[in-house]
Design a protein around this ligand. Structure first.
Ligand code: ZN
Ligand code: ZN
Ligand code: ZN
Length: 145
């Protein structure tokens, strides 16, 4: 079964190759699945999607590939609330806001955190990594009710 093509698939595979990563079927399938889902899916969900086309690709292989793709900075993971880590492509840096009522995830530009980040570094010598965890709160819809 062929991997569905996506306009950005080749671009991301080029990036992977440029960083010294080999292009294997599971790696290609992971990137393709992330593109199609719009990102933010768990390793289990990824595995289910990929196994629909490639039943021989096991969860352990997927985990190994996810690790390698993260080391090569092609993908990244984020923790949304109390749930499992979810994976997304790393090429468009963004931060996550998650509504703890309806679980909606809103992506916002990294730049929004620049002044907070500078201030914490200056005043506390602390460097934040705002991308690793989502900020929890309430979305506009849920705040209104
Ligand atoms: Zn983590
Ligand atoms: Zn994301
Ligand atoms: Zn909400």
């Amino acid at each position: 079964m062929p991997i569905a093509s996506h306009p950005r698939l080749d671009e991301i595979l080029d990036l992977l190759r440029a960083r010294g990563g080999r292009i294997t079927t599971p790696r290609r399938a992971i990137i393709s699945a992330l593109l199609q889902s719009g990102g933010h899916i768990t390793a289990d969900e990824l595995t289910n999607q990929i196994q629909a086309d490639y039943p021989d690709v096991h969860l352990s292989t997927i985990y190994r590939c996810l690790e390698t793709l993260e080391e090569l900075a092609v993908i990244d993971h984020v923790h949304l609330g109390h749930g499992r880590a979810v994976y997304h492509l790393a090429d468009e840096a963004h931060q996550h806001l998650m509504c703890d009522v309806c679980a909606k995830v809103i992506e916002v530009p990294d730049a929004l955190f620049a002044s907070l980040s500078d201030r914490l570094r200056t005043d506390y010598g602390f460097t934040i990594q705002p991308r690793h965890f989502a900020l929890l709160g309430r979305c506009a819809d849920c705040a209104a009710t």
